[in-house]
Design a protein around this ligand. Structure first.
Ligand code: FAD
Length: 395
């Protein structure tokens, strides 16, 4: 392994591969490391992805990683009220249901083609400092330890990120800002493969159940529950099993896999950079608190961080101050939405089934040009002002 790079990116998920691609495209000598031996394996994801993201992060569409193209999203209340929204207006998680393993590998390939070196089965063990200054990373690659120098570290190491902690960036979040998730891949089920579906209410306290079609009889069926509501580790699975048992179209379901994990649903962090270090994607806690979607934000922030890293190398300035360009870029795109959705999520988590029925029934009735928390609240204000009282500070 080479002993020196301009930029080392830790983690070859969507955020890391995109960061490495844009850093290399900007001329920085870049290394992308991934602790697993195969990029894209054991990914915990519903695999919903907005089409708009692909342009935003300059990702060419490749039919190989598209499992299913959907027309839109359907939100279903406890009493069976349905609100449909077409794909272009549905937000982060609708448009394509992808094959995440192939998608992640395609993004890594783009990074490699742009000139980044990639090492799999290579973990960051810690930040290497000399006289208190960051000079590189301690790595372990195929069981062998190496110290590799670099000027910039991009932490793209996901929800369980260590890079931020090692660098002294505060990425801690409250229990109430964590969603605990379980998901099955089910086949032999009856679904509408033209829609992603979200089920709200007491079937998933503090969260929702999703059904994301992979093809006409297979779907990712998962649940996210507010971590502060969960009483014991097995509870999300119990909720999901109970719900599946009640679905007539799932009575002959065959389970192909199961994944479990957490995701952050917090307000934007105060800072995701320090001297020599930038964080992207889940490591920077950029998941949309309302939808749980994080792929789009990981790619967008990866692109911005990669570009700024390349500029920093040219300017020979790796300071927190220089990285404010990155802070401004990602915040300009998503900060307001993350904050608004975080506030709304806190309130939505407390709604009763009856209120969900009213709200979703109303949305179905009035339709919506553009689905955003703001527009939804405006629509409700006319009909049920007493409900909007709860949300007035968001309007
Ligand atoms: C159950 C569930 C369902 C979800 N469904 C959706 C969905 O439908 N749509 C959506 O948009 N988002 C979804 N998300 C969120 C989405 O999966 C993440 O936001 C996305 O993967 C973030 O990408 P990332 O590159 O930041 O991190 P990750 O994809 O988590 O990538 C991090 C990478 O870093 C590697 N790594 C970690 N530590 C080290 C280390 N020390 N050294 C080297 N490598 C390391 C990991 O192996 C991993 O490959 C879901 C999340 C969960 C938990």
């Amino acid at each position: 392994m080479q002993k020196e790079y301009d930029v080392i990116v830790v983690g070859a998920g969507p955020g890391g591969s995109t960061a490495a691609r844009f850093a290399a495209m900007g001329g920085a000598k870049t290394l992308l490391i991934e602790k697993r031996q195969e990029i894209g394996t054991h990914v915990r994801c519903g695999e919903g992805l907005a089409k708009g993201l692909l342009d935003m992060a300059e990702i060419p569409v490749d039919r190989n990683w598209i499992a299913c193209e959907v027309d839109g999203a359907r939100i279903i209340s406890p009493g069976g009220m349905k609100f449909e929204v077409d794909e272009a207006k549905a937000g982060n998680e609708t448009g394509y249901v992808i094959e995440r393993d192939l998608f992640d590998r395609a993004l890594a390939k783009l990074a490699g083609e742009a000139g980044a070196d990639i090492k799999v089965k290579t973990s960051a063990l810690g930040i290497w400092k000399e006289n208190g200054k960051i000079v590189g990373l301690h790595l372990i690659s195929n069981g062998e330890k190496h110290d590799v120098r670099c000027k910039i570290i991009i932490g793209a190491d996901g929800y369980e990120s260590q890079v931020g902690r090692w660098a002294g960036i505060d990425t801690t979040i409250a229990d109430s800002d964590i969603m605990t998730c379980v998901q099955y891949r089910l086949t032999n089920i009856q679904i509408d493969s033209k829609y992603t579906e979200f089920y709200a209410g007491s079937c998933a306290p503090g969260g929702y159940i999703w059904v994301f079609p992979k093809n006409e009889n297979t779907a990712n069926v998962g649940i996210g529950l507010g971590a502060h509501i969960v009483k014991h580790g097995g509870e999300p699975k119990e909720y999901l099993d109970r719900w599946i048992a009640k679905q007539p179209g799932m009575k002959n379901a065959v389970q192909l896999d199961m994944v479990a994990g957490g995701c952050s649903i917090n307000a934007p962090l105060d800072s995701v950079v320090c001297d020599h270090v930038m964080l992207v994607g889940d490591a920077a806690r950029m998941i949309d608190p309302m939808t749980g979607g994080g792929i789009a934000h990981a790619c967008m922030s990866g692109m911005q961080a990669g570009k700024v890293a390349a500029d920093a190398i040219k300017a020979k300035d790796y300071s927190k101050q220089f990285f404010q360009t990155y802070e401004k870029a990602w915040r300009g795109k998503i900060e307001e939405k993350l904050f608004r959705n975080w506030m709304a999520t806190e309130k939505v988590q407390k709604l009763s089934d009856e209120t969900f029925d009213k709200l979703i029934g109303l949305l179905a009735e009035v339709g919506m040009e553009n689905i955003s928390v703001f527009n939804i609240l405006k629509a409700i204000k006319d009909r049920y002002p007493e409900l909007v009282k709860e949300f007035e500070d968001l309007l």
